[in-house]
Design a binder for this molecule. Sequence first.
Ligand SMILES: [Cu+2]
Length: 123
Amino acid sequence: MIKIIVLIVGLALIGFIAWWFFGKHEAEEKAAEVVNDKQVVDVEVSGGYSPEVVVLKKGVPAVLNFTRKDASSCLDRVVFSDFGINEELPQNEEESITIDTSKPGEYSWACGMDMFHGKLIIQ
Ligand SMILES: [Cu+2]
């Protein structure tokens, strides 16, 4: 009997580890919708960025609305080094960041310590 329990617990553990490492690890991607010649994407900041990848249309004025739900100071700034943006994110407040979409490409953003990352794709 005990062997069966050990076996079941072992299999459950293996399943959990496999899920932890291999499950849901594709970055969450979101394409901006253009409304009134403007594109707006909401990004939730909580243990990382959601969505983690934001796709913007080239040449359309863009705003990313970051809302930090996370209490940790790690995520209290957001840095877009390619755009010279280093903005504070007050907790539970929406912080709008305007992105220059004139040049297509892939740009990353990060927390103030460069630990969490997100990606911006302008196309
Ligand atoms: Cu950090």
